[in-house]
Write a protein that binds this ligand. Structure first.
Ligand SMILES: [Zn+2]
Length: 322
C-alpha cells in the first residue's frame, strides 16, 4: 500500500511538473516551455470547409508539438455573426485542454459584435488565461513562468526556486485603426499601455519578457539579419508609440505579431528579436505562404528558440540570444 501511495504521489508530481495549470505556468523538468502561436484565422461562417481546414491544422500542430500554451494573435473572425465563430474557436481551443490566450486583431470588431461582447464568450473558456478589463474587453496582462526544481541537474537546476519567475509573457491589444481623420493608419499602442509596460515589466527588468500582439510596430521594418519570409511591406502604424523602446528598456528579448499574412520572418532590431507568426487561416483573405504556425521554445536559463511550422515541417530556426 505504501509503495502504491508513493507511486501515485510521484505520478502527481510528474503531472504537475509537465502540465502547466491555468493559474501557474511552469517550465517542464527539462527547463523548456513551448508556446504555439497561431495567427489570422479569418474564419467565415459561410465557408465551413475552410473552418474545417483551419481546425484540422490546429489539431495536427497541437498534437505533434504538444505546446504548454497556445495563443492566437488576432483576426480570428471575418464574417457575421462573429459570436458564433468566436464560440467555435473557444470550443476548439478548450478541446486541447491546455492554457490559451487570444489577442484581438484589427478585423475582429467588424462583424456585428463589439470586442467587449466577444470577450464575454472568450473568458468563459475553460482553459483561457484571458480576463476582462474595466471596459469589458480583453485585458492586457502579463503572466510569469516559474522554474521547477531540478532532480539531477547542475548547479543552476539544484538551486532553482519554484517560486521564482524566469520568464514573463505579455499579451497586448494593438487595436485596429487610427481614430485621427487626417490620413489612414493602423492604430498604435495607447500611451497608457506604454506606461503600463514600463511600470509592470520595469519591476522585473532583470528577468526576460516576450510579448504577443497583432499589429507590428514600426521597428519591424528596420530589422536586420532576418530569417524567413518578408514578401510584403510592414503594415505598421504611421506613428511610433514608443512601445518598442519601453520594451527594450524593461527586459524584453522578443516580440511576436501577426497582421501581415505574407511575412513570417524573425529579425533583430537593437538587440531584440522581432518576429511574425505564420498565417494559420482560411482562404478568406490574401495569403501566399504555406499555412502554419510559429513555435517558440523558452528556456528557463533566459533564451529562446523559434521556428515556423507548416505542412513541410519546421523551418527558419532562430536561437536568441545566441
Ligand atoms: Zn489578418
Amino acid at each position: 500500500m505504501k509503495k502504491f501511495v508513493i507511486v501515485i504521489f510521484a505520478l502527481l508530481t510528474l503531472i504537475e511538473a509537465c502540465a502547466p495549470s491555468a493559474d501557474k505556468l511552469t517550465f517542464r523538468s527539462d527547463g523548456t516551455f513551448r508556446i504555439l502561436q497561431f495567427t489570422d484565422l479569418h474564419l467565415q461562417l459561410q465557408h465551413p470547409d475552410q473552418i474545417a481546414d483551419v481546425f484540422d491544422r490546429m489539431d495536427s500542430l497541437v498534437k505533434w508539438e504538444d505546446p504548454d500554451l497556445i495563443t492566437i494573435t488576432g483576426d480570428l473572425v471575418y464574417s457575421t455573426p462573429a459570436d458564433t465563430l468566436i464560440r467555435l474557436i473557444v470550443g476548439k481551443l478548450d478541446s486541447f485542454a491546455r492554457p490559451w490566450v487570444i489577442v484581438y486583431g484589427n478585423h475582429d470588431h467588424e462583424h456585428g459584435f463589439t470586442l467587449a461582447q466577444l470577450a464575454q464568450f472568450i473568458v468563459q473558456g475553460q482553459h483561457t488565461l484571458n480576463t476582462l478589463d474595466p471596459t469589458g474587453t480583453l485585458a492586457d496582462f502579463e503572466i510569469p513562468i516559474y522554474k521547477t526544481p531540478g532532480r539531477a541537474g547542475g548547479d543552476e537546476e539544484r538551486h532553482a526556486r519554484p517560486d521564482r519567475a524566469s520568464f514573463y509573457l505579455f499579451f497586448l491589444d494593438s487595436h485596429a485603426y487610427s481614430t485621427y481623420n487626417d490620413s489612414f493608419s493602423y492604430a498604435w499602442f495607447e500611451p497608457e499601455q506604454v506606461e503600463w509596460v514600463r511600470t509592470t515589466a520595469g519591476a522585473h527588468a532583470e528577468i526576460p519578457s516576450i510579448a504577443f500582439f497583432h499589429i507590428p510596430f514600426p521597428e519591424y521594418a528596420e530589422v536586420t539579419n532576418y530569417v524567413g519570409e518578408w514578401t510584403e511591406p510592414v503594415c505598421c502604424p504611421k506613428f511610433n508609440s514608443g512601445m518598442f523602446n519601453a520594451m527594450k528598456e524593461t527586459g524584453f528579448i522578443a516580440t511576436f505579431c501577426g497582421h501581415d499574412h505574407d511575412n513570417s520572418y524573425a529579425g533583430i532590431y537593437d538587440n531584440v528579436l522581432l518576429a511574425y507568426g505564420r498565417y494559420s487561416g482560411s482562404n478568406g483573405e490574401y495569403n501566399h505562404l504555406p499555412k502554419g504556425a510559429r513555435l517558440i521554445t523558452l528556456r528557463s536559463s533566459g533564451s529562446l528558440e523559434t521556428c515556423i511550422l507548416d505542412s513541410s515541417g519546421a523551418h527558419n530556426l532562430v536561437a536568441f540570444p545566441e
